[in-house]
Design a protein around this ligand. Sequence first.
Ligand SMILES: O=C(O)CCC(=O)C(=O)O
Length: 242
Amino acid sequence: MSHNIDWEDLFGSDDEDEAVEQDENTKQIITFDAIPGLKLIKQALSHQEQMSLTHALIDRNYFTGNANQAMLFGELPNFIKWIEPWIVENYPDLFGQDILNRQPLFDQAILNMYKKGEGITSHVDLLRFEDGILIISLMSSCIMTMRPARKDATSYHAENTDDNNKYDILLCPGDVLALSQEARYDWEHGIPSQLVDEMDGQKIERGTRISVTLRRLKHGEEIQSTTATTSKRSVHDAQADS
Ligand SMILES: O=C(O)CCC(=O)C(=O)O
């Protein structure tokens, strides 16, 4: 009787392990028929990745005092920079090739901190940014509402109250949302100010949320600063609103 055991057959080879790991790390991309270019990856970031990104933002004091928003321009810091090759490698269908192949993929980041119940006015991102926007959610869930864009939707001044054809998307910690094409130009995105979100009949309490939005400035547009600027994003407080 032969005692030769084929260990590779039993446990697989290192190469196969890598292929399995790759599959486990790459999550399915959810698309939305009504909104071309809107793509969601649920729990794209592992718990560890979410924690180290969150800690990096807090350690660097972006949200001290009254500041709830910081803008970074130019070469992004390493704790954000890794996201670019990670997207290209793991999610080659997230954006069109023209976006994915550009170098750098992103050169601007907005860091937003929302206290419980706070939101952001419905808007279309300024046209001085290229197509291809990535939003990473950390710490708390929230509903993001997509609405067909109004004229002048790039201004943040007036809230959109037209609920015809609106789509609510639940963003959870670790989720990555991509906006391109119609989703970037023809639809507004906003976060309603409310303490509790409701999705599919389920009530979900909000906590403090942080988001990292990555974009690329159009060629020829002036870079405002190569360092961080922090500011107070105007917010609607859910309690004050109700
Ligand atoms: O916080 C978010 O998820 C979205 C942020 C956003 O749309 C913005 O800063 O323009």
